[in-house]
Design a protein around this ligand. Structure first.
Ligand SMILES: Cc1ncc(COP(=O)(O)O)c(C=O)c1O
Length: 485
């Protein structure tokens, strides 16, 4: 008999009452305990409807969706805001394809989300990459510099748009204000993937919002850091550099023709919370975080990433709601598992060196106390433990990796004939796959780029030293798909 395994498991997990330092931003619905707004949670299933008289049409909003989007536009200080029900991914596709034509170049950070590269595949674009600095101690990609953007804009006068991740998963924010001046000086379009920054406007202690820095279009995953449901996001526009009709066409193309009213309602809710109690709740969150950081630092052998990198590594500011924690004698992957298994705490992700927590206004002081207690216990349990090579390979992008030959665009690579060959023998071949050492998640190879011996040696080194390689169909890295000669 069919027993609804998804529902059963989710309810079981729900009963475990896991402390959430991961997305979505409503933190297992905890936000509803903080907000005196009962209307929403108790009637959720009744809100799932479609386009009938009295509702509205996302693709031609004239009534309640239009009203809500206009409200969001005021609250987030855009000129126009579009609700997204297919994640930030759909907004990234739409803003990039609305700003470009087939054959155009776009300038992107090499550690951008895959949706940016996929947009280049869909839109037949040529991506030009900028390499971020790397924090080698923690294996994290840092910022890209305004100077490098200017250099690339001078070198490629046919770049149409610059697409930047701001802030990154780890909360790193480049100098977007300065970058905006440069991009617009060259009369190019500035598109910002602010998937991780929907909450930035809630406090002056966070990096400035991309809209306030002057970006032309900004995509935000409201579901990551605000209390809306997974997959619900927003696209904000300002200025006249982007053709709005073309943008609306792209949004229709990349979004479902049956937009979920549950997602739309949750965006409505998130905007309301942002506008009403958002700043107050953020103030409380930041206080909890400062408290947490101070106490965590007193725990022996622990590394809590602070804002001291600001000014270095091309970083202009950091989002302190992201918490990165490492121990000198525990591998990050193990730390993440331990926190979940022994302490019922789920972090967002781990790399070899530590774990990342995504916090939101729905987190409580008790959540931070539990995390502190767990870290304190782990620190005690691990006292005296030595591990071989926590740091693993000192991963660094040297110039050798930055001069990789782009033989085909990612789209051309996708449609070429392919063959599978042993990875170790792939020197000189053009890859059809990504090769992404993790950490720090900066692709060594994008589809369409030529593999050289240095890359092969690097990958072997990373694998032999406990790192991971993402992006290949064969995750053990023995085989790779290349373009047929
Ligand atoms: C930097 C970045 N951009 C875009 C996305 C895509 O967002 P969504 O999952 O809302 O489609 C993600 C997802 O994790 C991301 O990390």
């Amino acid at each position: 008999m069919y027993n609804a395994p998804i529902i059963d498991k989710l309810l079981k997990l729900n009963r475990q009452d896991i402390v959430s330092f991961h997305v979505p931003g409503h933190k297992n619905g905890r936000i509803y305990d903080k907000i005196l707004y009962e209307k929403f949670k108790d009637v959720l299933y009744k809100l799932d409807t479609t386009e009938i008289p009295g509702t509205d049409n996302l693709h031609d909003a004239k009534e309640i969706i239009m009203e809500s989007q206009r409200g969001a536009s005021e609250v987030f200080e855009s000129e126009e805001t579009f609700f997204l029900v297919n994640g930030s991914t759909s907004g990234i596709y739409s803003m990039i394809m609305a700003s470009t034509s087939p054959g155009d170049k776009i300038l992107v950070d090499r550690n951008c989300h895959q949706s940016v590269i996929n947009a280049s595949i869909l839109g037949e674009l040529v991506p030009i990459y900028m390499y971020p600095d790397v924090d080698e101690k923690r294996g994290i990609a840092m910022g890209v510099s305004p100077d490098e953007i200017e250099t690339q804009l001078k070198r490629h006068s046919d770049i149409e748009a610059v697409v930047l991740t701001y802030p990154t998963y780890y909360g790193v924010a480049c100098n977007l204000k300065k970058i905006e001046k440069i991009v617009h000086k060259y009369d190019k379009i500035l598109l910002v993937d602010e998937a991780h920054g929907a909450h930035l406007g809630l406090s002056g202690d966070l990096p400035p919002t991309a809209l306030s820095c002057g970006a032309d279009a900004v995509v935000q995953s409201a579901h990551k850091t605000l209390p809306s449901f997974t997959q619900s996001s927003m696209l904000h526009i300002q200025g006249d550099r982007i053709d709005r009709d073309k943008l609306k066409f792209m949004l229709r193309m990349h979004q479902s023709s049956s937009p979920s009213y549950l997602l739309l309602s949750s965006l409505d809710f998130a905007v309301m919370v942002y506008e009403t109690e958002g700043r107050q709740l953020m103030k409380a969150l930041l206080e909890n975080i400062r408290n947490f950081r101070q106490k965590a630092k007193a725990i022996g052998g622990i590394d809590v990433m602070e804002t001291d990198s600001v000014g270095n590594k091309k970083i202009a500011s950091m989002d302190i709601t992201r918490i990165y924690i490492g121990f000198e004698n525990i591998i990050g992957y193990e730390l993440e598992q331990k926190l979940r298994k022994d302490f019922n705490i789920q972090m967002e992700l781990s790399n070899r060196y530590g774990v990342l927590g995504v916090t939101s206004i729905a987190n409580t002081a008790q959540d931070f106390d539990k995390l502190l207690g767990a870290l304190d216990r782990i620190s005690g349990d691990m006292k005296g433990r030595k591990i071989k090579q926590l740091r693993g390979p000192a991963f660094k992008n040297g110039p050798a990796f930055e001069n990789i030959e782009q033989v085909f665009t990612p789209r051309e690579a996708l449609y070429r004939d392919r063959q599978k060959i042993p990875f170790e023998k792939s020197q000189g071949y053009v890859s059809r796959e990504y090769i992404i050492p993790y950490p720090p998640g900066i692709p060594l190879i994008m589809p369409g780029e030529r593999i050289n011996d240095e890359i092969i040696q690097k990958v072997i080194y990373v694998i032999n030293n406990g790192g991971k390689i993402l992006g290949l169909n064969d995750s053990s890295c023995r085989w790779i798909e290349v373009i047929k000669n």
